[in-house]
Write a protein that binds this ligand. Structure first.
Ligand code: BDR
Ligand code: CA
Length: 313
């Protein structure tokens, strides 16, 4: 398998952090061209800092980390400190980063990088609100054909919503951006809550990660310990859902996931259902399919992969 060139667009976030670590641990499958940060779980000043903290934790100080958009296209930023803590990376006590941010804006990095690659050769991995990606597509529509695939975490069908009764956080924060991305005509793979809520960090799974006995294993265990308190209270579930790492796991082991190629539209008008991913799971319309919307995952296979890869760092 040749490694896929990817860009991770992210708002770390403990689960974003684990996704970044999984990518950094998997160079045979993914070549990380850079990390573009966006405001989401916490403001941009934290997401840019957290991405660098994670790269340093993994000993990968040469990764390009860019600051991107600090607010959604047309709305006030909504954040999720109630889930992720004040810093977005609450849990472990990790040092401030030494590595600098890369110079320039994340959107310009996206545009320049895509322009310098052949058509269909770079995979975008958005795991936060879609503001950076949509801004790049609007500013430079010529880059759209350079995208091989967008594999993103966002949305829900059967689980409906987490930030509102009808919407998942990443899509809700910037629904206009999501609308642009889903209409771009690029192959899209969606990891919705329907899948990520199957990937729960149970006590035994977290003990296995902590048991690696490495700084990375300890930090990930502490992050998920922190992150899970919210989901335990809310859902009474067995542990925290590891949303964002599903995106990277898919690039490494696509066979762990299954879903349907269907039409997905984004609600941008209704106050009540703003940011809803209207997924035609049952194919009751004749709207054209624009995304592969995942519905199930082999959770044990996912955690075997994650634990094995984290052990490498
Ligand atoms: C998504 O929102 C954030 O809280 C997580 O990092 C994930 O990307 C889940 O709804
Ligand atoms: Ca995220």
């Amino acid at each position: 398998m040749t490694s896929r060139k990817i860009i991770i667009d992210t708002d770390p976030g403990q689960d974003d952090a684990v996704a970044i670590l999984l990518a950094l641990a998997s160079p045979e499958e993914v070549e990380l061209l850079g990390i573009t940060c966006v405001a989401g779980n916490v403001p941009l000043s934290y997401t840019t800092k957290n991405a660098r903290i994670i790269c340093e934790l993994a000993g990968k100080t040469d990764v390009l980390v860019y600051a991107g958009c600090d607010a959604p296209l047309a709305r006030k930023l909504v954040t999720a400190e109630h889930v992720h803590g004040r810093t977005g990376l609450d849990g472990p006590d990790l040092p401030d980063p030494h590595m600098p941010l890369a110079e320039g804006h994340a959107v310009d990095f996206l545009i320049e990088t895509l322009r310098s690659h052949p058509a269909g050769s770079v995979t975008l991995c958005p795991i936060g609100p879609l503001t950076n990606i949509a801004t790049a597509f609007k500013k430079a529509p010529d880059i759209i054909e350079k995208v091989q695939e967008i594999v993103l975490m966002g949305g829900a069908y059967f689980q409906v919503g987490n930030i509102t009764p009808a919407a998942e956080f990443n899509i809700y924060v910037d629904p206009e951006a999501a609308g642009i991305v889903f209409a771009a005509g690029v192959p899209i793979v969606v990891m919705p809550l329907d899948v990520t809520h199957q990937v729960l960090v149970t006590r035994a799974r977290n003990d296995a990660i902590r048991g690696l006995g490495t700084p990375v294993g300890t930090a990930v265990a502490q992050m998920t310990d922190f992150f899970e308190r919210y989901d335990r209270e809310k859902y009474g579930s067995d542990g925290a859902p590891l949303h964002d790492p599903c995106v990277i796991a898919y690039l490494i082991r696509p066979e762990l996931f299954s879903g349907r190629h269907i039409n997905v539209e984004i609600e941008t008008a209704s106050e009540l259902t703003l940011g809803m991913t209207v997924a035609d799971w049952w194919r009751v319309t004749d709207r054209p399919a624009n995304a592969t919307f995942m519905g199930s995952v082999d959770a044990d296979g996912f955690f075997d992969l994650l634990t094995e890869r984290l052990a490498r760092l």
